[in-house]
Design a protein around this ligand. Structure first.
Ligand SMILES: NC(=O)c1ccc[n+]([C@@H]2O[C@H](COP(=O)([O-])OP(=O)(O)OC[C@H]3O[C@@H](n4cnc5c(N)ncnc54)[C@H](O)[C@@H]3O)[C@@H](O)[C@H]2O)c1
Length: 281
């Protein structure tokens, strides 16, 4: 084989990968985009050539991030919005869809942990605080529903779109490391994803969930990670470590792109084998 043959073959391979994962000029909206997984997902979309709307309630960080991405030549806009506020979400998504002539992909990602529960005692059922419960359900479940609903209302008339929800492995089994409100919100959103997948399938809208295991983000912001806390998490993971936000990007691109055209109503773990371990017990 000559070097010309090699380069033709490599061009064909690049073109094939480019086609399968092509999201260039698609409009992608990401909630919780200012930090952690949302930021990584937004960055993957920007780097793959999509037009991206960044949504978060943290105005300062959001603006900085939008400037950073715009500096790389991406078409990026941002909107400050609390996903727990249904009217604000509706207005934000509608405005973003108008700006980019539709919405192709919505990453429903914003989420919060429960109040810090530092020891097993504080995580007991009798200690569940209803104000904390309502706050977590309000963002992780109702906020996600608000975003899915607003996305569906702009996608359905065009009979296309993808909705990708960040759930959690904590929604798929009991998890002694997090609180009741968090596991409840994530378990419930998993079934909302399945329900929405059935509802929206006739309109060719795919709805899927990502179920991350422990990632190094700011989710427990008030509880800085320590070598001890990392080691505690790592013991629950067959791959023996927590993940970096970068490691969500491959699945995000898959679910946003034509490569996942026959996938809907599914939950995809990115968990270093944690769920496989719990099934083995
Ligand atoms: N980090 C993990 O280990 C992990 C594991 C499983 C699931 N998740 C889920 O991933 C998602 C992202 O979390 P993360 O780990 O990147 O956390 P993070 O705290 O680093 O980022 C969350 C972002 O969401 C924003 N946000 C929070 N509440 C909001 C609201 N009401 N309206 C708008 N924006 C809001 C925050 O400002 C922040 O920018 C969450 O849904 C979380 O439950 C995280």
């Amino acid at each position: 084989m000559t070097s010309t043959d090699h380069s033709v073959e490599s061009d064909a391979r690049t073109a094939y990968l480019g086609r399968v994962f092509d999201i260039r000029d698609r409009h992608v909206l990401v909630t919780g985009a200012a930090s952690g997984l949302g930021r990584a997902i937004a960055e993957a979309m920007v780097d793959a050539g999509a037009n991206v709307t960044l949504v978060d309630r943290d105005a300062g960080t959001l603006r900085q991030l939008a400037d950073e991405f715009a500096g790389r030549g991406a078409t990026v806009t941002h909107a400050v919005c609390d996903v727990a506020d249904a009217d604000a979400v509706e207005a934000t998504v509608t405005e973003a869809a108008d700006r980019f002539d539709g919405l192709d992909v919505a990453f429903v990602n914003a989420g919060i942990p429960g109040a810090p529960r530092t020891d097993a005692e504080s995580r007991r059922l009798e200690r569940v605080q209803l104000d904390d419960w309502e706050r977590v359900i309000g963002v992780n479940l109702t906020g996600a529903l608000n975003t899915m609903r607003a996305a569906a209302s702009v996608m359905r008339p065009r009979r296309s779109g993808r909705i990708i929800v960040t759930a959690s492995t904590a929604g798929l089994r009991a998890d002694p490391m997090v609180g009741y409100a968090y596991v409840a919100s994530k378990a419930a959103i998993v079934n909302v994803v399945r329900q929405a997948a059935l509802d929206l399938a006739p309109d060719q809208i795919r709805v899927n969930a990502i179920a991350p295991g422990p990632f190094r983000t700011n989710i427990g912001g008030k509880r800085p990670r320590t070598p001890e806390s990392e080691a505690t998490w790592a013991r629950t993971i067959p791959l023996g470590r927590m993940a970096d936000p970068e490691e969500i990007k491959g699945l995000a691109l898959l679910l946003a792109s034509p490569a996942s055209s026959f996938m809907t109503g599914a939950v995809f773990p990115v968990d270093g084998g944690a769920l496989a371990l719990s099934h083995a017990l």
